[in-house]
Ligand binder design. Structure first.
Ligand code: ADP
Ligand code: MG
Length: 374
């Protein structure tokens, strides 16, 4: 090691750390052209003051759904003074009152009076503003499934927004829903379902070459030259590929950089990446787990505590805990399996034929840690 390899105490490997922050909206946003086009097509009528199409963005975490909407909303906001765009993070604003308040704040620049005022009242103020100012409202409901958890909120929010033009002639509202999977819309009732017929826009997992391309761009702007070698970048990509969650890749780069800095070194080493992965992999798991519904979390917890459990025994505990029936139980087991948290095998053992054994695919401790944080 030469002196040149050693970092002085006030030096850094990062040219621009903000490029590696999770909410950074990059200029370069490749491999999502068809999704961006579909979104533009659906929202375009708004620019001509016509009610736009409703959309549903569907795809696993870290596939660019939120960023895609933010990019389009930013463009609309810059070019269309007749359109109001509001992105609601339903994980934060998870009740009908919170959602409509968020919209109200964007329009009026102040919070609605929060004591004793009903959803309907605030909604009417929003609608009256839209009519009198002849503006179109585009609402993105990000991680829409969160509205399901506290019962009824999704239906009232969606129904009000979707039916607004019938109840208040002249009002124009478009909804863009964002979910990980269409089963996230389980709580939507038939009343809403019959009028919410969105353009579905799929966001598939990124492939190896796409991940590499996107991360290279972040490295170019985030780090000084030669901080990470091509080999180590490949290692990072291979970690991202396991889950397809780009957020992990960006987080891994940042943490690896910090690890190298902590050692006072100018370049990232293999150990820096490995160590970073221990933390970053939990990021994906915890984010995924935080997006589960309450009964899904409880079932995952039951499985994790046992490590491995027979379906019958599991159902019994689950039912005692949540009072939910077999159909929901079966649906949730399948969902957890599809999300890769559990394996549900049929073993040939046992006298009464095949028994379903359900096992976790992660360390019990990691799952319980994430559940505790969520
Ligand atoms: N096509 C892309 N090009 C550049 N960065 C991307 C792309 N897709 C996703 N990202 C980045 O990956 C991270 C996760 O994206 P995000 O839009 O939050 O995903 P999702 O909403 O699907 O979970 C963000 O930091 C985002 O900037
Ligand atoms: Mg998102």
């Amino acid at each position: 090691m030469t002196d040149n390899d050693i970092l002085l105490w006030d030096e850094t490997l990062f040219k621009d750390l903000s490029v590696l922050e999770p909410d950074y909206l990059p200029e370069y946003f490749p491999h999502r052209d068809s999704q961006l086009d579909a979104l533009k097509f659906a929202l375009k009528p708004a620019l001509r003051s016509v009610r736009p199409l409703n959309c549903l963005l569907v795809g696993p975490p870290g596939t660019g759904k939120t960023s895609a909407v933010m990019k389009i909303f930013k463009e609309v906001e810059a070019h269309a003074p007749n359109v109001v765009v509001v992105k609601v993070n339903c994980q934060i604003d998870s009740t009908r009152f919170a959602v409509i308040s968020r919209i109200y704040r964007k329009i009026f620049g102040i919070s609605p009076p929060n004591s004793g005022i009903a959803f309907r009242k605030i909604f009417e103020k929003v609608v009256n503003f839209l009519i009198s100012s002849e503006k179109v409202l585009l609402v993105a409901l990000d991680d829409l499934n969160y509205l399901c958890y506290e019962g009824g909120h999704t239906n009232e929010v969606m129904y009000s927004l979707l039916r607004a033009h019938e109840q208040y002639p002249g009002v124009k509202i478009g909804i863009t829903g964002i979910v990980n999977d269409t089963s996230d819309l389980y709580c939507i009732d038939s009343r809403v379902n019959s009028i919410f017929l969105p353009e579905e826009i799929p966001f598939p997992k990124y492939e190896n070459a796409e991940i590499l391309d996107i991360l290279k761009d972040r490295i170019k702007y985030g780090f000084y030259p030669k901080v990470i070698s091509d080999e180590l970048l490949k290692l990072v990509v291979s970690y991202v590929e396991k889950t397809g969650d780009l957020r992990i890749g960006i987080d891994l780069l940042k943490r690896s950089g910090f690890n190298a800095e902590r050692r006072g070194n100018r370049t990232i080493s293999y150990e820096d990446v490995e160590k970073a992965y221990e933390a970053s992999k939990l990021l994906h798991l915890c984010r995924g787990i935080s997006l589960l519904s309450y009964p899904e979390k409880r079932l995952l917890e039951l499985i994790a505590r046992k490590g491995e459990i027979h379906a019958g025994e599991l159902y019994k505990s689950f039912h005692e805990l949540t009072h939910l029936g077999y159909t929901r139980f079966y649906g949730i087991v399948n969902r957890l399996q599809m999300l890769n948290y559990v394996d549900a095998d049929f073993s040939g053992k046992g006298q009464r034929g095949r028994t379903r054994i359900i096992k976790t695919k992660y360390e019990t401790e990691d799952i319980l840690n994430c559940l505790e944080r969520s």
